[in-house]
Design a protein around this ligand. Structure first.
Ligand code: FE2
Ligand code: FE2
Length: 146
């Protein structure tokens, strides 16, 4: 089912859900890195994980400005199609990467929705647009690598 993250009606809910989504994605990346043997692929996935950490730090700045509680990632929200738990049951390097591609579909969709969400302010829009470009780049690599 396509994600609804990015369609929230308040900036507080928008930023909170994007942070949950990012933390779930980072957990899925960590699970993926553990299960890949090819060092070049591991390195690439690690670089993508760094992009997500950057997304988190920018979203956290918005959360601070909005005065909302910052999600830590300790609470798995299962916001991804193939989150960390589901990934653990998938065997084989190509299958793991294909499963991660479904998560990039979610993050691409979420940032597309966030970019056009009217509750986002002028500072948020460029951050969402940059994150969208990152997620599209991650997805393109997953498509070509698996
Ligand atoms: Fe991200
Ligand atoms: Fe990604």
């Amino acid at each position: 089912m396509p994600t609804t993250v990015g369609t929230e009606n308040t900036p507080e809910d928008l930023i909170t859900n994007l942070l949950h989504l990012e933390h779930d994605a980072i957990a899925a990346y960590e699970s993926t890195i553990e299960r890949l043997d090819d060092p070049a692929k591991r390195e690439r996935i690690e670089a993508f994980r760094q992009d997500h950490l950057n997304h988190v730090s920018q979203l956290e700045q918005f959360a601070t400005r909005l005065g909302i509680e910052i999600p830590t990632g300790g609470d798995m929200k299962q916001m991804l199609t193939t989150g960390k738990v589901a990934l653990a049951g998938i065997a084989g390097e190509d299958s793991v990467i294909k499963a991660m591609k479904t998560n990039e579909d979610d993050t691409v969709q979420a940032y597309q929705q966030a970019s056009s969400n009217p509750v986002g302010d002028a500072d948020m829009k460029p951050v969402f647009t940059k994150a969208l470009e990152d997620e599209q780049r991650h997805r393109a690599w997953m498509e070509s690598a698996a």
